[in-house]
Write a protein that binds this ligand. Structure first.
Ligand SMILES: NC(=O)c1ccc[n+]([C@@H]2O[C@H](COP(=O)([O-])OP(=O)(O)OC[C@H]3O[C@@H](n4cnc5c(N)ncnc54)[C@H](O)[C@@H]3O)[C@@H](O)[C@H]2O)c1
Length: 314
C-alpha cells in the first residue's frame, strides 16, 4: 500500500531531503511550509506536492492531514533566532507542535516528531543515550524539549501514535545560508570571501556532525519499524568532532577543490551564549531497533557540501 506522508517544514534543509527520500521509498509526499526560510525549496523533487501554508493555518493543515497516514513534523524556528526573537521560536516550535499533535490525534495519523540533540544540553556522560537528562541551555533547546513533552502527553492521554527522533547536528546541501545560518555555511562564506572563519570560544567544543542523508534514513526507518512506535531515538554518527577541526577540514577540502593555496587562519570570538560544550550520540538503540547505520563520514559529507556550493559535480 502506498503511504501518504505530510512533511511540515518540507521546504527546509532536512525537510527537503526527507521529502525526496520518501519519494524514493515510494511514499506519496506533501511538503507543507510557509517559506519563511524554505532553503530547500529548490531541492524538492517534482514528484513532491508542495503546499504553501503556515503551521497556524488549521483549516489548510487539516485538509492535508486528514488524508495522510503519517506526518513528519520538522517546521521550526532556528536556535540562533532564539537570541533575538525568542517568542517567535516558542510560538512555532511549541504551539505549532501542539497543533500538529492535536490534528494527528484527531485524524488517527501517525506523527514522527523531529526533536533535537539540543534538548540534552552539554553531555554529562559520553556517549549520550536517550535517557541522558534533558538540560537545555537555550530558549530554542527548551522549546524543543517542551515540544517533545506535548507530543508525549498526547500519546499518553489521547492515544496519539507517535515516535520522537533526536537528530544530532546535521549538515549538507541546501542548509540555510542567511543571518541564522549554522557553523558550516558561516565557515564557507568567510573562506570563499578570503576572510578567516570565525570560531566562537576556543573551538574545542564538540558536535556529532551527521550528514543529512543519514539523518533522513534514520527518520524513515523510524516510520517503517513497528517497534519504534512510542519510542525516542537518537540519530547521529556516534562520533564527536571539535568545531576547530571541522573548520580545518573545510579549509583543506576547499583548497583541494579550488586550488586556492594561501594560508587561512581563524578568528576567535567570545563563546556564543548557551553553547553546548560536548555532544556525542550513542546510536546503539537506533542500530538495534532500526538497523540504522550512518554511511557518509565527515570528510566525504563536507566535500559533497562544498561541491554543491562551488557548483561542481558530485
Ligand atoms: N539542522 C540541524 O542540524 C538539526 C539538528 C537537530 C534537529 N533538527 C531539527 O530538524 C528539523 C528541521 O530543521 P532544519 O535544519 O531543516 O530547519 P530549516 O530552518 O531549514 O527548516 C524549517 C522549515 O520550517 C519552515 N517553517 C518555519 N516556520 C513555519 C511556520 N510557522 N509554518 C510553516 N512552516 C514553517 C521554514 O520555512 C523552513 O523551511 C527541526 O525540527 C529541527 O529542530 C535540525
Amino acid at each position: 500500500m502506498i503511504k501518504t506522508a505530510v512533511v511540515t517544514g518540507g521546504a527546509g534543509f532536512i525537510g527537503s531531503h526527507l521529502c525526496n527520500r520518501l519519494i524514493a521509498n515510494k511514499y506519496k509526499v506533501i511538503a507543507y511550509d510557509d517559506l519563511s526560510n524554505g532553503s530547500g525549496r529548490k531541492n524538492l523533487s517534482k514528484k513532491v506536492q508542495f503546499v504553501k501554508g503556515n503551521i497556524f493555518n488549521i483549516d489548510k493543515l487539516k485538509n492535508i492531514c486528514k488524508k495522510s497516514d503519517v506526518v513528519f513534523h520538522l517546521a521550526v524556528k532556528p536556535l540562533t533566532m532564539s537570541f533575538d526573537k525568542p517568542e517567535e521560536v516558542v510560538k512555532i516550535n511549541d504551539y505549532g507542535t501542539y497543533l500538529v499533535a492535536k490534528l494527528c490525534t484527531e485524524f488517527n495519523c501517525k506523527m514522527i516528531h523531529i526533536s533535537s540533540s539540543e534538548v540534552y544540553g552539554t553531555a554529562l556522560t559520553i556517549s549520550m543515550r536517550e535517557n541522558h537528562p534533558l538540560f537545555p541551555t537555550t530558549i530554542y533547546a527548551g522549546s524543543k524539549a517542551a515540544a517533545e513533552l506535548y507530543v508525549r502527553g498526547f500519546e499518553k492521554s489521547e492515544g496519539l501514535k507517535m515516535s520522537i527522533v533526536r537528530p544530532f547536528n546535521s549538515y549538507g546541501e541546501f542548509m540555510r545560508d542567511d543571518t541564522y545560518a549554522a557553523a558550516i555555511p558561516n565557515f564557507f562564506n568567510r573562506i570563499s570571501s578570503n576572510l578567516p572563519p570565525i570560531i566562537h570560544g576556543n573551538g574545542n567544543q564538540t558536535r556529532d556532525f551527521t550528514y543529512v542523508e543519514d539523518i533522513c534514513e534514520g527518520i524513515i526507518l523510524t516510520d517503517q519499524t513497528k517497534s519504534a512506535l512510542g519510542d525516542t531515538i537518537n540519530i547521529g554518527q556516534g562520533k564527536e568532532f571539535r568545531i576547530k577541526k571541522i573548520a580545518e577540514i573545510l579549509v583543506k577540502k576547499y583548497q583541494e577543490l579550488t586550488g586556492h593555496n594561501s594560508k587561512i587562519s581563524f578568528k576567535f570570538q567570545k563563546t556564543r551564549k548557551g553553547d553546548v560544550f560536548r555532544h556525542r550520540a550513542n546510536i546503539s538503540h537506533a542500530q538495534k531497533i532500526l538497523g540504522y547505520k550512518p554511511k557518509i563520514d565527515l570528510e566525504d559529507g563536507i566535500t559533497r557540501y562544498l561541491k554543491w556550493k562551488l557548483g561542481l559535480k558530485n
